[in-house]
Design a protein around this ligand. Structure first.
Ligand code: URA
Length: 246
C-alpha cells in the first residue's frame, strides 16, 4: 500500500496535509525518512512514524452521529446532501457507511462505520436490536392507545409488526400535540410514522434517542459526530451478538 494512502486512511490528515508532512520530513518508515508518498509499505509489518509517534494500522472505524433533519442516510447522492457530506476531510473514508436508515426528516443517533459484519449483525432481524424514538404527534394520544402497540399491530398495508413499547411523555394542550417515546425491535420502512398513522394521527417531529445500547450522546449537536468510545463499541457489539429466542 502507498504510504500516503496509509496515512490518510489512518486519519493523519487530508491528502494535501499528508503530502506536506512527507515533504517536510515528518514521516519515517523502519527508521528511514519517507521521501515520496508513492513509497510502498506493508501496514501489518512496517513501522511508520509521524515524528515520535507510531501510526498504527486500524482496520475499522466507528462513529456516532447526531443526524440532522434535511440530510439523507446514504453514502452518496446526485443532488441531496448525505450524512457522509458531514464528515471532515480527515475523517472521511470512502468505505464508511451508515448502519441502517433514518428518514430525511428524522434526526438522532446514527452509527457510521466501515465494519460490514457489525452492521449486518446490528440490522439482522433475529437480533431484535432495539431503537428508541421520541416523536411529536398531532393531537392528543392516550396511554391506552399506545398500549395497543404492545400486542404487535398490523399496519394499513397488512404488515404485521412485533410488539413495541410506547409511553406518553407529555400532552401539549395549547399546541395540541403529544410527545411520545416508543421502543421498537425491528426496522420497517417509516415504521414509527406508520404506527402513529394507525391511530389516525401524524408524526411531525421524530428523533432517535437510542440505537441498541447506544444513547444519543449528551452535547452532540445535530450535524456533529464523534468516534465511538471503547466502552460504547463493546456494548454495541454485545447487543449485536445477542440473538433473541422467538
Ligand atoms: N421510523 C420512521 O418512521 N422513520 C424513521 O426515520 C425511523 C423510524
Amino acid at each position: 500500500m502507498r504510504v500516503d494512502k496509509f496515512l490518510h486512511a489512518m486519519r493523519i490528515g487530508t491528502r494535501t496535509q499528508v503530502r506536506r508532512l512527507i515533504k517536510d520530513g515528518h514521516i519515517m518508515t523502519n527508521g528511514e525518512p519517507v521521501i515520496s508518498g508513492k513509497q510502498q509499505i506493508n501496514p501489518g509489518s512496517d513501522a511508520v512514524f509521524l515524528d515520535d509517534e507510531q501510526v498504527r494500522y486500524q482496520q475499522y472505524f466507528y462513529y456516532v452521529m447526531n443526524k440532522p433533519v434535511g440530510v439523507i442516510t446514504a453514502t452518496s447522492d446526485a443532488t441531496a446532501k448525505t450524512v457522509m457530506d458531514l464528515f471532515n476531510a480527515t475523517d472521511y473514508r470512502d468505505d464508511l457507511f451508515p448502519v441502517g436508515r433514518l428518514d430525511k426528516d428524522t434526526e438522532g443517533v446514527l452509527v457510521i462505520t466501515n465494519d460490514g459484519a457489525l452492521s449486518h449483525a446490528l440490522l439482522a432481524p433475529a437480533h431484535h436490536v432495539t431503537k428508541v424514538y421520541e416523536a411529536e404527534v398531532t393531537g392528543e394520544i392516550t396511554a391506552d392507545q399506545v398500549a395497543g402497540f404492545n400486542d404487535g399491530i398490523t399496519l394499513k398495508d397488512g404488515t404485521q409488526l412485533q410488539p413495541a413499547q410506547a409511553e406518553i411523555v407529555e400532552f401539549h394542550e395549547i399546541e395540541d400535540f403529544t410527545t411520545i417515546r416508543i421502543m421498537i425491535h425491528e426496522g420497517k420502512y417509516h415504521q414509527v410514522k406508520r404506527m402513529v398513522g394507525t391511530l389516525g394521527e401524524r408524526v411531525v417531529q421524530l428523533r432517535r434517542i437510542k440505537f441498541g445500547s447506544l444513547e444519543l450522546p449528551v452535547g452532540l449537536l445535530a450535524g456533529n459526530y464523534r468516534t465511538l468510545t471503547d466502552d460504547e463499541l463493546v456494548a454495541l457489539k454485545t447487543a449485536a451478538d445477542q440473538p433473541v429466542a422467538e
